[in-house]
Design a protein around this ligand. Structure first.
Ligand SMILES: [Zn+2]
Length: 219
């Protein structure tokens, strides 16, 4: 009898949710703003390939709100991330705080077509945030920079950003605000590397350095 109950419980816990619900938008590179706001609500069985993360086979992460879990760390507003990663994201954030990092703002799950090729002036693909597989930390002290030279080294100081230009958020301040700033050897990036194997947006090899950003591959 107990065996049967345990089996039943395991089945219920492993079964997918009944519905998939989320709000989305598309980034217009022409208008430089979000367009085409859309509310999606449908049976979970109708989730498309487009709505599944590239590592879905392993993680089960999708754009559905139902696949996200709240992570609440020491007095911060809870952040939503993909359920598969939630316990380790909690562990990494707590380890970073213990090691002296300070968290002022945190953004995780955020659905929108912000990547991929541009078609008709609009982005076409979901990035890691849309699947709850990325975090933006302290955007006011860790901006997103563009116009960088490709394949430049991971920056260790503002001077090493060279020709990069600030596009989103506030200027990076690793010397002036070390506890809030993400750096390659700092508490936050180190904790995510150790606990999840995630990479920092400062490690990107293209013309962008997204210094607030952590994800499976840094993009
Ligand atoms: Zn990000």
């Amino acid at each position: 009898m107990l065996q049967m109950l345990v089996t039943l419980l395991a089945l219920v816990l492993a079964s997918p949710p009944a519905t998939c619900t989320y709000d989305t938008w598309t980034w217009s590179v022409v208008a430089r703003r979000v367009v085409e706001h859309q509310h999606v609500s449908k049976p979970y069985a109708q989730v498309t390939e487009d709505e599944k993360a590239s590592d879905w086979n392993v993680t089960g992460c999708t754009t559905c709100r139902e696949d996200q879990e709240r992570v609440a760390v020491s007095g911060l507003p809870p952040v939503l991330v993909c359920r598969h990663f939630a316990p380790r994201i909690r562990e990494a954030l707590e380890a970073a705080l213990q090691a002296g990092a300070r968290i002022e703002t945190l953004v995780g799950y955020r659905v929108g077509r912000s990547g991929g090729p541009v078609v008709d002036g609009k982005r076409t693909r979901y990035g890691w945030h849309a699947f709850g597989e990325a975090l933006d930390i302290n955007s006011k002290s860790n901006g997103l920079y563009g116009n960088c030279k490709r394949n430049t080294a991971v920056p260790r100081s503002v001077a090493e950003l060279g020709p990069c230009r600030l596009r989103v958020g506030g200027a990076w301040r690793p010397q002036a605000a070390p506890a809030q700033s993400l750096t390659a050897d700092g508490a936050m990036v180190s904790a995510f590397r150790r606990v999840l194997g995630w990479r920092w947006g400062g490690e990107r090899a293209d013309s962008v350095k997204d210094l607030m950003h952590l994800s499976p591959d840094g993009y």
